[in-house]
Design a protein around this ligand. Structure first.
Ligand code: DX5
Ligand code: ZN
Length: 223
């Protein structure tokens, strides 16, 4: 297996939105590698968050690459808007796309990195034909829609199997994991081959500062 550096991608979903710029700068100062932005439409998932307008505003206040996770039905309609807003990568949910290859192609043509996410109940074989065309696979380790949910334990074995398929078909492809990651399980997911780790409520919570939380996660990831 290729040794890949672990990238931490804080998700702002549980951040204080009345002080969003400060919250993002704190993650950047704390050593974030990417910033994970969760876009939800109230149709694909039972929650609504924000759209390109907020992505554009975030783009103006940070140099971090913006890792935009589109939990929206038929995302083709909006991918150009998100690229224009400043997204560095766009990840679509396989389950939300009728013509996944077309969607991936469209994002590629826009000059943006492209990822495909799969839900906990979606089997890894769903990724086989699209893998050669993507820069990143995202394995959801909770059902998408909310921050602060419990990690689904079977996700570790799924990550291991996903990484194996990637090594076979697209070895340079990143493997991202999203949902329920904390200081207790981050080393497990890294050990299973995930190299881009989304951390939401483990970074933005009332128990600690963003800097302390990020430092603890980084240390735990290297265990
Ligand atoms: C869930 C989102 C996640 C979420 C992660 O639908 O995709 O990115 O913000 O939050 P935690 O780390 O709290 O599970
Ligand atoms: Zn996400």
């Amino acid at each position: 297996m290729i040794k890949r550096p672990v990238k931490l991608a804080p998700s702002i979903l549980t951040a204080d939105f009345t002080h969003l710029a400060d919250e993002i700068r704190a993650a950047e100062a704390g050593g974030a590698d990417l910033l994970h932005l969760d876009v939800m439409d109230g149709i694909f998932v039972p929650n609504i968050t924000f759209g390109p307008l907020v992505v554009k505003a975030v783009r103006e206040i940070t140099r971090l690459p913006l890792d935009v996770h589109l939990m929206i039905h038929e995302p083709d309609r909006y991918v150009a808007d998100f690229v224009k807003a400043g997204a560095d990568s766009l990840t679509v949910q396989a389950e939300a796309c009728l013509h996944l290859h077309r969607t991936v192609q469209k994002i590629n043509e826009l000059g943006c990195r492209v990822g495909v996410a799969i839900n906990p109940a979606t089997e890894i074989e769903t990724m086989r034909e699209i893998l050669p065309f993507v820069d990143m696979v995202l394995v959801m380790s909770v059902n998408p829609g909310f921050g602060g949910q419990k990690f689904i334990e079977t996700s570790t074995s799924k990550l291991r199997r996903m990484r194996k398929l990637q090594d076979e078909l697209n070895p340079t492809c990143d493997l991202e994991v999203d949902g329920g990651i904390n200081v207790h399980n981050i080393d497990d997911v890294v050990g299973c081959g995930a190299n881009v780790i989304v951390v939401g409520s483990a970074v933005y919570n009332k128990q600690g500062t963003v800097a302390d939380n990020m430092a603890a996660l980084r240390k735990a990831a290297e265990r």
